[in-house]
Write a protein that binds this ligand. Structure first.
Ligand code: IDP
Ligand code: MG
Length: 144
């Protein structure tokens, strides 16, 4: 399994509050290359499909409503050990438990509106990247 890329979404709260630029700067400073990027507004059907694993959980309906409330920025990011390193960079799901200096600690406003998504495994990074990007929209092999 290719472990050199991960998939991320800058969530609606962060896009709306003009945090896309600061978050992308942090991502680049942490050594990630941007291989693919698009701003898009998810439909309810798309958000439900993307978060299918959480169906039935108490936070699911609110999460779908939030993720469709405004545009998001989807990203494919590369670096060594990308999935694990990116999860470290974003911090815990609950921002009150996230370490200082992490993206969620800095930009999240609640557990739900926690600013950013990052894939939790290389397998899911492959699936999630395919959900948003065709092969023609990906630019791997940039110099690190
Ligand atoms: P992750 O994004 O850190 O992988 P998951 O457990 O996969 O966390 O949850 C997906 C998303 O659902 C979270 O990023 C957050 O936006 C939302 N979420 C998770 N747990 C809660 C909760 O207890 N209350 C409200 N929203 C939640
Ligand atoms: Mg998750």
């Amino acid at each position: 399994m290719n472990n050199d890329f991960t998939f991320a979404i800058i969530k609606p709260n962060a896009v709306k509050h003009k945090k896309t630029g600061p978050i992308l700067a942090m991502i680049n400073e942490a050594g990630f290359c941007i291989c693919a990027l698009k701003m898009t507004l998810l439909t309810k059907i798309q958000a439900q499909a993307f978060y299918m694993v959480h169906r039935g959980k108490p936070f699911y309906d609110g999460l779908i409503e939030f993720m469709t409330s405004g545009p998001v920025v989807a990203l494919i990011l590369s670096r060594e050990n990308a999935v694990e390193e990116f999860r470290k960079l974003i911090g815990e799901t609950d921002p009150s438990r996230a370490e200082n200096g992490t993206i969620r600690k800095i930009f999240a406003v609640s557990v739900q509106m926690n600013a950013i998504h990052g894939s939790d495994s290389p397998e899911n990074a492959v699936k999630e990247a395919a959900f948003f990007f065709s092969e023609f929209e990906r630019f791997y092999h940039q110099e690190h």
